[in-house]
Design a protein around this ligand. Structure first.
Ligand SMILES: Cc1cc2nc3c(=O)[nH]c(=O)nc-3n(C[C@H](O)[C@H](O)[C@H](O)COP(=O)(O)OP(=O)(O)OC[C@H]3O[C@@H](n4cnc5c(N)ncnc54)[C@H](O)[C@@H]3O)c2cc1C
Ligand code: HEM
Length: 470
């Protein structure tokens, strides 16, 4: 692969002071203010050149189905080793030291220092960013709430796995495309990089040195360039977001709504994928929701949303949204899609609203006219929570290859994954899991324990990158 191609990486990416964002020494601990940011840290750093997209993509706009998955510009990642940890069977950080590149070793050393104080690192990072670059504050939600650590967590995880280029590049391209909806621009990346180094050097002070700083700068340069290039390529073929009008709102239980929306322009996606949604009531707060139907000829999209206690977006969608309201949608994402190049059976496990993408995938198989076995396990706490069982049973009646089993915790006295195990063997099936994170984790454990290879188990989560190594 090519050498790092961040435009300004040519300026030198070492920690010697010549990087494309100015590396800083450990901030002094005196003179701090209520933000926790020392006064001297408030000063803008030296002039920071702005990275530019490296590849001017010239490919014509792809067909709808390609647009949802096609990689963008050729990724440029330094020729680092492909560690064997790219398989999903090895936990993060468990790669034998001799397989990691020197930069990865340095990065992991810093990670070991900061992991126990991750909350403080996050607070300090945002304080630095908003004090030094107040203009960037308006890109972020007014309330930096429970999910505010996602940016930093993703950055650190990406840096930690800088050797695993295949998984990393795919993830970062998606992330870069998704960042267009926040209004992120190439010139914002140096600011974030600089504040990352500021926060790391403070909280990993015990091990921090020039060599380590240089390793982080190289990793950040690589990460941001992949995101910038993917965003630039995406600009040529898709808007940064879509407006969509709510056309129907069906409250199926006191806390689950099925919502159908009409996007303002064609929205290409694949069954099994998800998007991000922003409501008019909580600007700049985006949450993920899975498409509950395969792409339809009328272009409408539907979602199943469960209001969680004190949840910002889910409560707005379930209890406030009405036909005529306009929401915003980000680009499609997620790899929990049907592989139509094989005819293996599909084992689909959906808990709660996790049934939504599974219903979409069943419709997708039906539309492709395939006769492959699809076994759906639909889990819920009580039978009242099986809000979409009628639809699933109707699908079962129409398609002899489909079997739907409802598993109710209360009656079965067993968790959904255990019920799945009881109906095995599943080692000839491609497995898809969708639902609460706990269900996905135990589902993956159960499936692996009964011999389903990891590469045949698919699921999505916000922590897609973390999940790839879990
Ligand atoms: C890939 C993906 C697809 C998703 N698809 C769907 C979908 O199709 N339908 C759907 O309803 N949701 C889906 N989600 C979950 C959704 O993105 C939000 O996390 C959820 O709606 C809560 O958002 P919120 O803004 O209402 O709550 P937040 O404001 O983020 O959270 C408020 C409080 O609720 C807690 N909380 C968050 N989620 C839950 C939960 N599930 N149960 C109990 N407490 C919780 C938080 O820890 C916090 O304390 C999906 C998530 C991912 C990652
Ligand atoms: C290499 C660098 C970066 C990484 C790895 C990264 C990663 C992330 C991740 C994982 C999220 C969570 C939501 C999502 O998945 O979209 C996020 C949110 C966000 N990022 Fe980034 N990001 C980076 C750079 C930037 C830059 C340069 C900006 C612009 C200032 C930015 C602005 C935002 C905003 C506004 C949000 C939404 C915040 C929220 O929902 O609380 N990011 N980022």
């Amino acid at each position: 692969m090519d050498a790092p191609t961040t435009t300004s990486a040519d300026n030198g990416t070492s920690g010697g002071g010549g990087g494309w964002f100015t590396p800083r020494n450990t901030p002094a601990t005196t003179g701090s203010t209520d933000t926790g940011v020392p006064d001297q840290e408030r000063d803008s750093p030296h002039a920071i050149p702005t990275p530019a997209p490296t590849a001017a993509p010239s490919a014509p706009a792809p067909a709808a189905s390609e647009a949802a998955t096609a990689p963008s510009a050729e990724p440029r990642v330094p020729p680092q080793r492909h560690a064997s940890t790219s398989s999903s069977s090895e936990p993060a950080g468990s790669a034998p030291a001799e397989e990691a590149s020197p930069d990865a070793v340095l990065i992991r050393r810093a990670m070991a220092e900061i992991t126990p104080v991750a909350d403080k690192v996050t607070s300090y990072f945002y304080a630095l960013l908003f004090v030094r670059y107040p203009d960037l504050r308006s890109l972020f939600p007014a309330a930096m709430d429970t999910q505010r650590d996602r940016l930093l967590r993703a950055l650190l995880t990406a840096a930690e796995h800088i050797d695993n280029t295949d998984v990393l590049v795919h993830y970062l391209q998606n992330l870069g495309r998704g960042h267009r909806k926040y209004g992120t621009r190439p010139e914002h990346y140096p600011a974030v990089g600089e504040c990352l180094i500021g926060a790391l050097s403070k909280y990993a002070a015990g091990v921090w040195n020039e060599e380590m700083e240089a390793a982080w700068i190289r990793a950040y340069t690589t990460i941001s360039q992949v995101m910038i290039d993917a965003a630039a390529a995406d600009e040529l073929r898709a808007p940064p977001w879509w407006y969509a009008e709510v056309v129907t709102h069906d409250l199926r239980t006191p806390d689950v709504a099925v919502i159908t929306v009409r996007p303002d322009q064609p929205y290409p996606f694949l069954a099994g994928q998800y998007t991000s949604v922003e409501t008019p009531w909580w600007p700049r707060i985006w949450r993920h929701y899975s498409f509950a139907s395969a792409p339809r000829s009328d272009g409408l999209l539907s979602f199943h949303v469960k209001a969680v206690p004190a949840g910002w977006v889910s409560n707005a969608l379930v209890h406030r949204a009405r036909p005529g309201d306009i929401i915003r949608l980000g680009p499609p994402a997620g790899s929990m899609t049907v592989d139509h190049t094989t005819d293996s059976g599909l084992l689909c496990v959906g808990g709660g609203t996790g049934i939504a993408p599974i219903k979409a995938m069943v419709e997708d198989v039906a539309e492709h006219g395939e006769r492959r076995s699809v076994e759906v396990f639909y889990g819920a706490r009580t039978d009242h929570d099986l809000y979409d069982i009628d639809t699933m049973l109707r699908l079962q009646q129409s398609h002899p290859w489909l079997s739907v089993r409802a598993i109710i915790d209360e009656q079965a006295h067993q968790q959904l994954p255990d019920a799945v195990r009881a109906f095995g063997p599943w080692n000839e099936y491609d497995a898809y899991l969708s639902g609460p994170p706990g269900m996905i984790r135990s589902g993956v454990d159960v499936l692996r324990s009964i011999g389903v290879p990891s590469e045949r188990i698919r699921h999505d989560s916000v922590e897609e990158l973390v999940a790839a190594w879990s």
